[in-house]
Design a protein around this ligand. Structure first.
Ligand SMILES: Cc1ncc(COP(=O)(O)O)c(C=O)c1O
Length: 384
C-alpha cells in the first residue's frame, strides 16, 4: 500500500497500534506458554491474560470475571444467541432488523429448533420502534432480546438504556452487540443495563481474531465449544494469549484517548458532511445520535460500489456498506430495514475515521470526491 493511501474504513477494521504489536511479540516468542500449564511459562501466560482481563474490564466498567474470551464479535454473538437458545425451552426472540448477520443468522438457526424469531421494526432515522417493542415484550414467551449499541453502517446509536428498562420490566434477557462502540465512545456495561454484551479487538486498533462476551453475574448460557473447560466452561480451547494481551493493551490505549478521539472524529465528520450536503448527498441517520467517526451517505445518481472503486484508485479506502457482508449483492440490508428507497440505498458509501486521520486528509478527500462526481456526471456513465 502506498504511503499516500488514506484509510477511512475503521468500522471495517483498524490498523494495529505498534504498542499493541510490541506487547504481543513477547507472547509469540519467549513467553509462549499455555495458560493451563503448571510450570513458570504457563504462569507467565496466565498472569498476562489476567492483566489483559483487567485492562478490558476497566474500559467497560465490569469485573474481570464477567469477561469470556472468544475469537471475536462473530463468535460472541453466536455464543449468546445459540447458547441462550440451547439453555432454554423455545420461545420468542426479538432482534432488530438492522443487526449484523452474525446475530441474524444464529437467530435463524434457532428458528429451526422451534424458536420464533421476530424482527423489531426500524424507523427511517435508523432507530428501532420503541413503542412497538414495549408492546411486544409484554407478549407471552418473549425470552431473548438483542439490539446493537451502534450500527456498523449508519453509526446510529440505539437507546440501549431505555430498551434495557423495557426488557427488565418484562423480564426479558437483553444482549447488545457493542462491537462498533467500544474504543470509540465510553461504554459502561452496568450503566447500559444489559445482561450480555459482545466486543471485538480489531475495531479498536487491536489484533484480529480475538473478542469477548461480557456477561451479567446471573447469566447462564450453554457453551458452543466444549472441551477442556476454559473460560469457566463457557468457551473451551487453548487461549489465544498474544491476541488477548494485545486486546488488553488496545483497551488501555483506547481509554487514554477516547475523549479526544470522539471530539476529533466529530470535527472531521462535521467538515465532511458540510461538503457532502453541498454535493447534494443524502446522509443516513442525520439528526440522530451517531458514533462520531462515521458518515454514511449517498450522492444522487451515483452507484456506491462504483464510487468506492474510483475513490480507491484515487488513494482512499472507504466502504460501500458492511464489509463483513459485502459478499452479498444488492442494496444494504440495514438501509432496506430502515425503509430507504432502493435507488438511494444503492448509492450508499461509508466513511469511518480513526485516531490518526487529519483535517488535511478529509479536505483532500472532499476535493477528490467532487472531481470524481463531476467526471461521472460528464461521462453520464453511472446513472442508477
Ligand atoms: C456490529 C458488528 N458486530 C459484529 C461484527 C463481527 O466482529 P468480528 O469481525 O470480530 O467477528 C462486526 C464486524 O464488522 C460488526 O460490525
Amino acid at each position: 500500500m502506498s504511503s499516500n493511501y488514506i484509510y477511512f474504513d475503521h468500522n471495517s477494521t483498524t490498523p494495529m497500534d505498534s504498542r499493541v504489536r510490541n506487547v504481543m511479540l513477547e507472547f509469540m516468542d519467549s513467553s509462549f506458554g499455555n495458560t493451563a500449564s503448571r510450570h513458570s511459562l504457563g504462569t507467565t501466560a496466565s498472569e498476562a491474560v489476567e492483566s489483559a482481563r483487567i485492562q478490558i474490564a476497566d474500559l467497560i466498567g465490569v469485573e474481570k470475571k464477567q469477561i469470556f474470551f472468544t475469537s471475536g464479535g462473530t463468535e460472541s454473538n453466536n455464543l449468546i444467541i445459540k447458547g441462550f437458545g440451547l439453555s432454554e425451552s423455545p420461545g420468542k426472540i426479538l432482534i432488530s432488523g438492522i443487526e449484523h448477520p452474525c446475530i441474524k443468522k444464529p437467530a435463524n438457526s434457532l428458528s429451526r429448533m422451534g424458536w420464533d424469531v421476530i424482527k423489531i421494526p426500524v424507523k427511517k432515522t435508523g432507530v428501532i420502534d420503541l413503542e412497538w417493542l414495549e408492546q411486544k415484550t409484554l407478549e407471552e414467551d418473549v425470552k431473548l432480546l438483542s439490539v446493537m449499541l451502534v450500527n456498523n453502517e449508519t453509526g446510529v446509536f440505539q437507546p440501549i438504556e431505555t430498551i434495557a428498562k423495557i426488557a427488565s420490566k418484562a423480564g426479558v434477557f437483553f444482549h447488545t452487540d457493542a462491537v462498533q462502540a467500544i474504543g470509540k465512545v465510553p461504554v459502561n456495561f452496568e450503566k447500559l443495563g444489559v445482561q450480555a454484551m459482545s466486543i471485538s479487538a480489531h475495531k479498536l486498533n487491536g489484533p484480529k481474531g480475538v473478542g469477548a462476551l461480557i456477561l451479567d453475574k446471573r447469566a447462564s448460557i450453554n457453551p458452543l465449544i466444549e472441551g477442556g473447560g476454559h473460560e469457566d466452561g463457557l468457551r473451551s480451547g487453548t487461549l489465544n494469549v498474544p491476541g488477548i494481551v494485545g486486546f488488553g493493551k488496545s483497551c488501555e490505549l483506547a481509554r487514554e484517548r477516547i475523549k479526544l478521539l470522539s471530539e476529533s472524529s466529530k470535527g472531521l465528520r462535521v467538515f465532511l458532511e458540510k461538503k457532502l450536503v453541498d454535493m447534494g448527498a443524502t446522509i443516513f441517520g442525520e439528526g440522530e445520535r451517531r458514533i462520531p467517526n462515521t458518515s454514511y451517505f449517498a450522492i444522487p445518481a451515483v452507484v456506491g460500489e462504483t464510487l468506492v472503486m474510483a475513490l480507491d484508485s484515487a488513494g482512499f479506502a472507504v466502504s460501500s456498506g458492511a464489509a463483513c457482508s459485502s459478499n452479498e449483492d444488492g442494496p444494504s440490508e440495514v438501509l432496506k430495514a430502515m425503509g430507504i428507497d432502493e435507488d438511494i440505498a444503492l448509492g450508499a458509501v461509508r466513511v469511518s475515521f480513526g485516531p490518526d486521520n487529519t483535517r488535511a486528509e478529509v479536505e483532500k478527500f472532499s476535493t477528490q470526491l467532487e472531481n470524481i462526481i463531476k467526471n461521472f456526471r460528464s461521462m453520464n456513465a453511472v446513472a442508477i
